[in-house]
Design a protein around this ligand. Structure first.
Ligand code: SF4
Ligand code: SF4
Length: 166
């Protein structure tokens, strides 16, 4: 080590110069959640269970989404539609229980691809984080879009741009 290396002063000044050179540069950091980065047009976010234009649940509990899911994240139980429930369920069979385990989901979109009824799609809503594993198992109530007949404003808000056209 020579004299200048032994007193560390040039190295300290060099380090400070690098630090100061970054002070006036534009910050690449995004202060999430106050600031949000614009998503890619092909971004796949939280799943939405869709309704038809009359507000009926589209899902017929065929199980194709669960079969296509590589993460085995989807669980459902089917039930038969009863007379008088035609305004609730579009098909004769519906999902009495429908759950997606968000701890497993990799947002691949294969459930949406597999669905023959346009009953599920991945919206551009970012899935919120949580401290509880239980809260990250989303139930049908969490996933089902608001009824466009009775709750038009919330339906439009939840639908987003990724919704399939009916
Ligand atoms: S997005 Fe992919 S991983 Fe997530 S539930 Fe659908 S098929 Fe499964
Ligand atoms: S969401 Fe679609 S693929 Fe999945 S069970 Fe319902 S109708 Fe079938």
């Amino acid at each position: 080590m020579n004299f200048w290396e032994k007193i560390y002063l040039p190295a300290i000044l060099k380090g400070m110069a690098i630090t100061f050179s970054h002070i006036f540069k534009k910050k690449p950091t995004i202060n999430y959640p106050e600031e949000k980065r614009p998503f890619s047009p092909v971004f796949r976010g939280l799943q939405v269970l869709n309704r038809d234009e009359e507000g009926r649940e589209r899902c017929t509990a065929c199980g194709l989404c669960a079969l296509a899911c590589p993460a085995e994240a989807i669980t459902m139980e089917s039930a038969e539609r009863k007379p008088g429930e035609e305004n609730l369920y579009r098909e004769e069979k519906y999902a009495a229980r429908y759950e997606i385990n968000m701890l497993r989901c990799i947002f691949c979109g294969l459930c949406e691809e597999a669905c023959p009824k346009d009953a599920i799609y991945l919206s551009e809503t970012f899935t919120p984080a949580d401290y509880s594993r239980k809260k990250l198992i989303y139930t049908k109530e969490d996933l089902l879009i608001p009824n466009p007949k009775t709750d038009a404003a919330d339906f439009e808000k939840a639908k987003g741009e990724g919704a399939p056209t009916t």
